[in-house]
Design a protein around this ligand. Structure first.
Ligand code: NAG
Ligand code: NAG
Length: 364
């Protein structure tokens, strides 16, 4: 019964008309599922950029790129002493919530941690998997590319660090959020944007194929969030609405992605774009509207438009921090808060469980 419901839900998502029906059914109606056999515990391999990274970016000292290693990043993260962990959020990021849906506590550890202790301790990977996502990454133009992350993964497979058994029980997430599109100039034509999106999605489709050839049975691929709704762009509207052109670029990407991967078996397109849009810029009458008091304005805002959250001039902070991050969808100019990601991933939990055949609802 639940399976059927979820499958219908998945269809809704693919048709891009997701509504609250896709929320996971309340626990009450799931009680009878309790006696079913326990879910298998998937290992998780994560690829992508800053929306999924949990510590792969080096920390050479505070700068824009390494800011996730500094206050106020991680300030709400009770499980890690409210300290920064290299995640671009006040607490958890998308990869953590996916891990929770799978029954783990948080994202698997970063590849960087494995690399750092290579040769010293046991060479086994963590039983929850490994996270290769690197906040500096793009698909084509920014290094290390997603392809380089696959190379890191692939060499662990050839070295036998990741075993066939690990792979058999695994699922991969490709969490690409569109950084390459920052290269597109304001005067670029629609045709140019379409060709650009074609190149980027071609690369992503290739990545998915490589993962499958390496033996990963199920792959989740994010759509790109509405770039025009990020505070980085909506600040030009005084945080009043999303930038149309930015969203058009996301749409070009997502259309091309659907075209290339929409019919692939064992690949699920995770429509984070629709969920962001529903939460940040809901259509009139949507039941999701006003879940967040502040939909466009970030909790952590740099005083200088060219600055960044966490920047200091000596002891003087060059950013303003909100009182309650839970009231905000966005944490900094680009990234959602913990509460933002939680809301997005709750909307996707049912379809993900259906795709992976998970029957236990893990609350988060
Ligand atoms: C595996 O990873 C989890 C999450 O990062 C961590 O809490 C746990 O301590 C790790 N286990 C081992 C054996 O290192
Ligand atoms: C992540 O990308 C940065 C910037 O290119 C690179 O220096 C770093 O080594 C990468 N991290 C890992 C774990 O490969």
């Amino acid at each position: 019964m639940m399976k059927v419901l979820f499958a219908g839900c998945l269809l809704f998502l693919l048709l891009n008309v997701a509504h609250v029906e896709c929320r996971v059914a309340p626990v009450e109606s799931r009680r009878h599922d309790d006696d079913s056999s326990p879910d298998r515990l998937y290992k998780l391999f994560i690829f992508g950029d800053s929306i999924a990274d949990d510590g792969n970016v080096p920390n050479p000292g505070l700068n824009r790129g390494s800011r996730a290693w500094y206050y106020p990043y991680g300030m709400s993260d009770d499980d890690h002493d409210n300290s920064p962990t290299g995640r671009f959020s006040n607490n958890m990021v998308q990869s953590d919530f996916l891990a929770k849906i799978l029954g783990h506590d948080e994202s698997p550890p970063p590849y960087a941690a494995h690399k750092a202790r290579r040769g010293k301790k046991s060479n086994r990977i963590n039983s929850s998997g490994m996270n290769f996502a690197n906040a500096s990454s793009g698909a084509v133009y920014l290094v290390p590319t997603l392809g380089a992350q696959i190379d890191q993964f692939s060499s662990l497979v050839s070295d036998g660090v990741i075993t066939e058994r690990d792979l058999d029980e695994s699922v991969a997430l490709v969490a690409y959020s569109g950084r390459d599109y920052g290269r597109i100039s304001n005067s670029a034509s629609d045709d140019y944007i379409a060709r650009f999106a074609d190149d980027v999605t071609e690369e992503i489709a290739g990545i998915v194929k490589q993962l499958q050839e390496l033996g990963v049975p199920k792959v989740l691929v994010n759509s790109v969030p509405p770039l025009g709704c990020t505070p980085w762009m909506s600040r030009f509207t005084n945080y009043d609405h999303c930038d149309k052109r930015g969203n058009m670029i996301s749409d070009a990407h997502n259309t091309a992605l659907l075209d290339k991967l929409g019919k692939e078996k064992n690949v699920m397109l995770l429509d984070v774009n629709t969920m962001f849009t529903e939460l940040v810029s809901p259509k009139p009458g949507s039941t999701l509207s006003k879940q967040f008091k502040y939909m466009y304005q970030p909790c952590c805002e740099s005083i200088d438009a060219s600055g960044y959250c966490g920047q200091y001039d000596g002891n003087r902070p060059l950013f303003r921090l909100c009182r309650n991050p839970d009231e905000y969808f966005y944490w900094d100019y680009i990234h959602p808060t913990h509460a933002g990601w939680k809301a997005v991933m709750q909307l996707l939990q049912g379809p993900i469980m259906a795709f992976l055949g998970i029957s236990n609802l893990n609350h988060f």
